[in-house]
Design a protein around this ligand. Structure first.
Ligand code: PLP
Length: 472
């Protein structure tokens, strides 16, 4: 046996979940409209590629920011030398202003309460390190972002206890679900240190309602625990009801003078709203000075480069640009979301009603061979290998009901999205057309399954070559 630490060899990283396995399969056979038209279309990646042209045109008009210059003078040496972990004041100022803008300026943020981190991944882990000991627990509403198993648990040793939400009320957080999760943690002898929500939700694409906030705030107040609100998708809200940040709720309920004020922490990042996950820019915002001081020291392990901070402080402080970007990006997301919802409906598939995010939460329960997670995996594999779409099964998001899938719509061209909708419709139609009779023998049923597989593969190929001809 190798002489390694347990963390290096244990599998609590979650790399073997179907969420990540789907990405690996996609890498082996990625769709390309000319080079690989029958390949797998990536619909399991919550990336926002819809507004790159806006960012690129700003960069073209502001060449100083990418060539280490300020007013024509080189600042290369200033940027190249070590920056301390407090971050560039100009960038922190620009980022809090942008966060205020995303909330309609109904709340403002103080840069001294902001800690910069290498993305929301690092922000969430750092907060958990600050708020909980190994073996203590955080409660998370299900379904949740699969990366949380890695980000919150793996290195911190903290446990996640699910708050089970279900389709009967559109996966809303209820008082009884919160109470049940708390009791479940107690049964497991786990001390609960807080609740973590994503608002808007990944994977649901919905915003947290005032009612849910009331339950959450009352709950953390009565139990004396923390609330982390991951607001990484705050700029993606494209429809009513609009986005309400936990920061606004605290103000509306006049909680500034209470202990709850210091127990609510916000996570943010530019990975989704600006579509810059490669830049690794995230932040923690907290009213607790001890948390801010500790997280600032910990941020040494995941700083944002000064070059990136310099570029983005110039971009975000261009108010005319950033305001226009927010509106235009939301308009484009709304259009894409509409294309996905209507494309799926055309194939007889419904989505949970949503108003935000880069994905839909899609109901495929009627396509399962039985109401089980085994049947969900069977359907997921068919969609991955035969239809050649990588979507994320609900089980990877810890959903308690089989048959739900997260499908992303903002990481591809409109043509690719249309093609994916044609493929899924062909799949559903072929499934309906070849459904075998109950009286069929097992071998007859196998024959039907084989012929379905063959005809679908031909469909995928035909659709793709048709697309290419139409393009020319
Ligand atoms: C809810 C949520 N939090 C955090 C992250 C990680 O984001 P980042 O790229 O900023 O680390 C993601 C990424 O998908 C996410 O969906």
């Amino acid at each position: 046996m190798k002489l390694l630490a347990r963390k290096a060899t244990c599998n609590s990283h979650g790399q073997d979940s179907s969420y990540f396995l789907g990405w690996q399969e996609y890498e082996k056979n990625p769709y390309h409209e000319y080079q690989n038209p029958t390949g797998i279309i990536q619909m399991g990646l919550a990336e926002n590629q819809l507004s790159f042209d806006l960012l690129e045109s700003w960069l073209a008009k502001n060449p100083d920011t990418t060539s280490f210059k300020r007013n024509g003078e080189s600042i290369f040496r200033e940027l190249a030398l070590f920056q301390d972990y407090h971050g560039l004041p100009a960038f922190k100022h620009a980022l809090v202003e942008f966060m205020g803008e995303l909330r309609g300026n109904r709340v403002s943020f103080d840069p001294s309460k902001l800690v910069l981190t290498a993305g929301a991944t690092s922000a969430n882990e750092t907060l958990i390190f600050c708020l909980a000991e190994p073996g203590e627990a955080f409660l998370l509403p299900t379904p949740y972002y699969p990366g949380f198993d890695r980000d919150l648990k793996w290195r911190t040793g903290v446990e996640i206890v699910p708050i089970h939400c279900n389709s009967s009320n559109g996966f809303r957080i209820t008082q009884s679900a919160l109470d049940e999760a708390y009791q479940q943690a107690q049964k497991q002898n786990l001390k609960v240190k807080g609740v973590l929500i994503t608002n808007p939700s990944n994977p649901l694409g919905t915003t947290i309602s005032r009612d849910e906030f009331d339950h959450l705030i009352n709950f953390i107040a009565s139990k004396g625990i923390h609330l982390i609100s991951d607001e990484i998708y705050s700029g993606t809200v494209f429809d009513s009801p609009g986005f309400v940040s936990v920061a606004e709720v605290l103000m509306d309920r006049n909680l500034q003078e209470t202990d709850v004020w210091e127990r609510v922490h916000i996570v943010y990042s530019l990975s989704k709203d600006l579509g810059l996950p490669g830049f690794r820019v995230g932040a923690i915002y907290s009213n607790d000075v001890t948390v801010v001081a500790a997280a600032t020291k910990m941020s040494s392990f995941g700083l944002v480069s000064s070059q990136t901070q310099y570029l983005l402080s110039a971009m975000l402080s261009d108010k005319k640009f950033s305001r226009n970007y927010i509106i235009e990006n939301q308009r484009r997301l709304k259009k894409r979301h509409g294309m996905l919802v209507s494309g799926l409906l055309n194939a007889g598939i419904r989505c949970l009603k949503s108003n935000a995010g880069l994905f839909c939460w899609v109901d495929m329960r009627h396509l399962l061979s039985s109401n089980t997670f085994e049947a969900e995996m069977e359907l997921w594999k068919k969609i991955l290998y035969e239809v050649r779409l990588n979507i994320s099964p609900g089980s990877s998001c810890h959903c308690t009901e089989p048959g739900w899938f997260r499908v992303c719509f903002a990481n591809m061209s409109e043509d690719t999205l249309n093609l994916s909708m044609q493929r899924i419709k062909a799949f559903v139609d072929s499934t309906a057309a070849t459904t075998s009779n109950d009286s069929d023998t097992p071998s007859q049923r196998q024959l039907v399954r084989n012929s379905r597989r063959g005809s679908l593969t031909k469909w995928v190929f035909r659709l793709s070559s048709y697309e290419r001809k139409a393009e020319r």
